[in-house]
Design a protein around this ligand. Structure first.
Ligand SMILES: NC(=O)c1ccc[n+]([C@@H]2O[C@H](COP(=O)([O-])OP(=O)(O)OC[C@H]3O[C@@H](n4cnc5c(N)ncnc54)[C@H](O)[C@@H]3O)[C@@H](O)[C@H]2O)c1
Length: 358
């Protein structure tokens, strides 16, 4: 049994990872999360009372806070997911992205390096810091048959992807310069349960149910490679358990879809699964689709070659886009209280009573 430290564990992917670790392994997990607007303890409710789970509300920019948590929990590995993650927010206000994604990652690396230097030899050799990053660091692809590999040069487009690219470089430099054992993964777009309603898929489902317009940027022809979040959680555990220190692994779903196609698929599923929730006078959810001015610098196509993780570590996604998107719509229909508490802001107040420390 190992002690895992997961930063950003109250977020979308982090909470899926923590639920996976508690449900499918024997390991102990401590979550370090600042609880920004994107952090939601309700996403950790299924594991909250497990004795192997602990939560610490700490900002990764707070070095003293990180030192305390590392000394208290003595983790065998750190999985670093804490980040500002929404591209549109990075365009409106890049500073938080610089502070958390770059400076915060730097503080975490320094705290981890000092902690690792003080570890006993046997544990020191097993230690790993796993940095979770995005395929957006590679910029975009214009053809239809090329893919991002682990050696694709970095060419980020947005303040978000530039800040993530910076953090990837810092993480690799801490290995090269100080010997800190690290692994980096770059993953494509995730979707699934507990996804914050500002992102395309949950926003579309929730707006559709409310009879509101379904905004699609430009003409909706941007292509993303979609991965079901639970497949990503399993990939991250595979990498941190069996990956080689110093390596990078790309993770993708082999599910390229145009944004418009994604929105249309969601509308069709809602027509099938929730016809009675259509607003009065609406005969199909597709009629709510509204094209809006494109995002500045919007990348055209992302697509991941996930061959290395399949060949070397035996990971492939279990969900197809069709099975994953259906599960996702079903989850949002079955769990309105989770997303309604975000829409009405009560999820932030609920935090007060929920923090736990082991
Ligand atoms: N969502 C995707 O499609 C996707 C794809 C590839 C990679 N990623 C990467 O995976 C990671 C997780 O993404 P996500 O979608 O779950 O993000 P998210 O926005 O849902 O969650 C981020 C979490 O980090 C926490 N956080 C933010 N700033 C913090 C700080 N300064 N200190 C401590 N905690 C802080 C938030 O409270 C939140 O719980 C990110 O690093 C992101 O770049 C995301």
């Amino acid at each position: 049994m190992k002690q895992f430290l997961v930063t950003g564990g109250a977020g979308f992917i982090g909470s899926a990872l923590v639920r996976f670790l508690i449900d499918h392994t024997e390991h102990q997990v401590v979550v370090v999360d600042k609880l920004t607007y994107a952090g939601n303890l309700a996403s950790l409710a299924p594991v909250q009372h497990n004795p192997r789970f602990a939560f610490e509300q700490v900002d990764i920019g707070d070095r003293a806070g990180l030192d305390r948590v590392l000394a208290q929990y003595q983790p065998d590995c750190i999985m670093h997911l804490a980040a500002e993650s929404h591209v549109d927010r990075s365009i409106d206000g890049p500073m938080a992205f610089i502070e958390t994604n770059i400076v915060g990652t730097y503080q975490l690396l320094e705290a981890a390096r000092h902690y690792w230097n003080g570890m006993a030899d046997a544990r020191k050799q097993q230690f790993i810091l796993h940095h979770i990053s995005t395929d957006e660091v590679f910029g975009d692809l214009h053809g239809t048959d090329d893919f991002f590999t682990e050696t694709t040069p970095y060419a980020p487009s947005s303040p978000y992807s530039a800040s993530k690219a910076s953090s990837d470089h810092l993480v690799r430099a801490w290995m090269r310069t100080y010997g800190l054992p690290i692994i980096v993964t770059n993953c494509s777009n995730n979707y699934g349960p507990y996804h914050f309603p500002e992102k395309l898929i949950p926003l579309t489902i929730i707006n559709a149910l409310a009879g509101k317009p379904l905004p699609v940027y430009g003409n909706g022809s941007q292509i993303r490679d979609w991965l079901y979040v639970e497949d990503h959680a399993r990939a991250l555990y595979t990498v941190v358990s069996s990956g080689k220190s110093g390596e990078t692994y790309n993770i993708g779903g082999h599910n390229e879809r145009r944004n418009l196609e994604v929105v249309e698929t969601l509308c069709d599923l809602l027509d099938e699964l929730a016809p009675q929730q259509r607003a009065a006078g609406l005969t199909r959810y597709r009629d709510l689709i509204t094209f809006v001015t494109d995002r500045p610098g919007h990348d055209l196509r992302y697509a991941i070659d996930a061959g290395k993780i399949a060949r070397e570590l035996g990971w492939t996604p279990q969900e197809t886009f069709e099975s994953g998107i259906r599960k996702t719509v079903e989850w949002y229909l079955a769990n309105p209280e989770w997303w309604q508490s975000i829409l009405n802001g009560s999820y932030r107040a609920e935090r007060l009573g929920l923090t736990t420390s082991r």
